[in-house]
Design a protein around this ligand. Sequence first.
Ligand code: ADP
Ligand code: MG
Length: 703
Amino acid sequence: MMVNQHDILQTPIEYLKGVGPLRGQLLRKELNLNTFGDMLYHFPFRYMDRSSYIKINQIQEEGAYVQIIGRITFFEIVGVGRSRRLVATFKDDTGLLELVWFQAINSIEKVVEQGGNFLVYGKVQKFGGYWNMTHPEMDKLDSVTPEALPAYQPVYPSTEKLRAKGLAGRTYVKLVHNLIQQLSERDLLEIIPEPIVLHHQLMGRFQAICHIHFPKHERDMQRAVHRLKFEELFIHQIGICKLKLNHRKQAGFYFQKVGEYFNTFYKEKLPFELTGDQKKVLKEIRVDTQTGVQMNRLLQGDVGSGKTIVALLSMLLALDNGFQACMMAPTEILAQQHFAGIKELLKDIPVVVAYLSGSTKGKDRKDTLQLLANGTIQIIVGTHALIEEKVIFKNLGLSIIDEQHRFGVAQRAKLWDKNTLPPHMLVMTATPIPRTLAMTAYGDLDVSVIAELPPGRKPISTVHRPEIYRAKVMEFMRHEIDQGRQAYIVYPLIEESEKLDYENLYAGFEQVKQYFPPHKYNIAMVHGKQAQSEREHNMQGFIKGEAHIMVATTVIEVGVNVPNASVMLIESAERFGLSQLHQLRGRVGRGADKSYCILLTTPKISATGKERMLTMVNESSGFAIAEKDLELRGPGEIDGTRQSGAAELKIADLIQDVGLMEITRNAAIALLQRDPDLQENEQMLLRKFLMGRKDKEIWSRIS
Ligand code: ADP
Ligand code: MG
């Protein structure tokens, strides 16, 4: 087979010595290893340290991983079907250990048949009075002393199937070894520009690949890991920062003036004085929309910081300049609340506001689409139904996305295509973003922050109580209500068990009535399954103060503003995520009175559940809570991360390596500032590498 030197990393995995079509297919399917390059970048997750081993009588702890040298004195295959297994007796001069295999029995049989000395490694368990080890890693020693083995043997992420087919452990290690043997420095040319390699004292690329798979010393291994993490994050950041640069080059609409819509609303209808931060953000938006370049701005502000009014004023600015504006929210309920809220605020101003979601059907939908296309509708509020292709604007000038963390970068981009020039983009998130996410999922956006809450907000006391305290909690709530306050009681609602959740909600409603007899207390119930009119009616009852208590699902998570409410009771709080709990808590503490958030849970909750409750009790800052959330859930679970590709990082860790991410981001920015299209010689290999990647659109779009 002819292999071009430069292409060796692209060689199909089948061509590797010892692989072939069958194994090749398995490796592709199980580990997504398609090429030599993929295999080189499939890293070990730990190493077996060959330098330390123990005697059998030194085994102490069940579940410990140990390494032992001994001899197989007997073996047999026992059982049938799923319990068919190979059991071997393994001895050293101090005792006996049983080795057990359930899978790959035939190939193991051949190995143990030959006899001799072995080094075994694995987890020990006590079974019927003996220590045993299931599916140990084995090395045949013969006359070789253990010192002659490599000090660190790599252990790779693998799958059940590969283990069953005998293509894990030693066999796989051998394949990697074969591959690296046939490579030289020329096959893995340095892609990080030399000045950066030098400045950060990085190990070379080829060396790093050799050492991460087969390190001779711990220090080599650590340097290799560092280098490869750097490479991964640097490449990632180059992509994101390039996207940001591209945004900056994207021509955008010029919002020349502040006109009548804005001024009338601002001077006559604004229900309160804007906070300093709200004014500052508006100014930033004003500046952005006057540069002739498309705005791509993230507005970050804690729950209740007043982002909506900023959004509305920005939309009026678009209208003043003859453009349409849209606002997209992640759920129907939130979108409807925005729609209702905006209509209310604009009620005496002649602006045509419309609503569109998946449940807008038939004639209604047809009319809306038509009025949108002919420019009659000036502001449209809706769900992601807005990004569908059928939705055509006459002249969309500004798109606002609320709760951005539930939309991906790709969805954001779809709004770009809604006009000949892409509209200005303002994305708003109520969840303050951890630093890592700010550099990844949102790394291509300019950031505005509202740090200051509207005046008069009081700190909220948060407590966590097991359910057995419910009577006491209700008593406390009654006391507050008897003082003239109002309260929320929230039940979880998660889609998988929706039916059950509604049963819980109704059962809860009945229970609440027992504590608050209907002849004396008025209780409103609000949830997503109600007809809109009923929900609206009940909500209004609470807003006007006619209802003392609102029993609800997370419908109220966003948007509701009742300053007189001073208690937020969350049932089964362990079932909510941290950011959701924070959102819910943000519904109280808006008036002059001291407010309380009570988290009720079952007495037995998981360790992370407990930690979530503790975080809520101790932290009031949305920022700290978001950081904790990321730590507890892991980056893959956080909305927005997956879409950004950041969750696909192979070796770097979004949480642990935040420092390194910052360093690589700065290096990427500095490089792109000097050489935005990576045209210089020094960057040739990097550019070539990027062009060969899946996400190469970022590069082809500009050059
Ligand atoms: P969020 O940032 O969470 O979307 P909202 O925009 O819903 O917050 O605002 C929260 C509440 O604060 C709303 O009831 C809004 O009317 C009120 N609000 C916003 N800005 C101010 C302000 N400058 N002064 C007083 N109240 C304000
Ligand atoms: Mg909001």
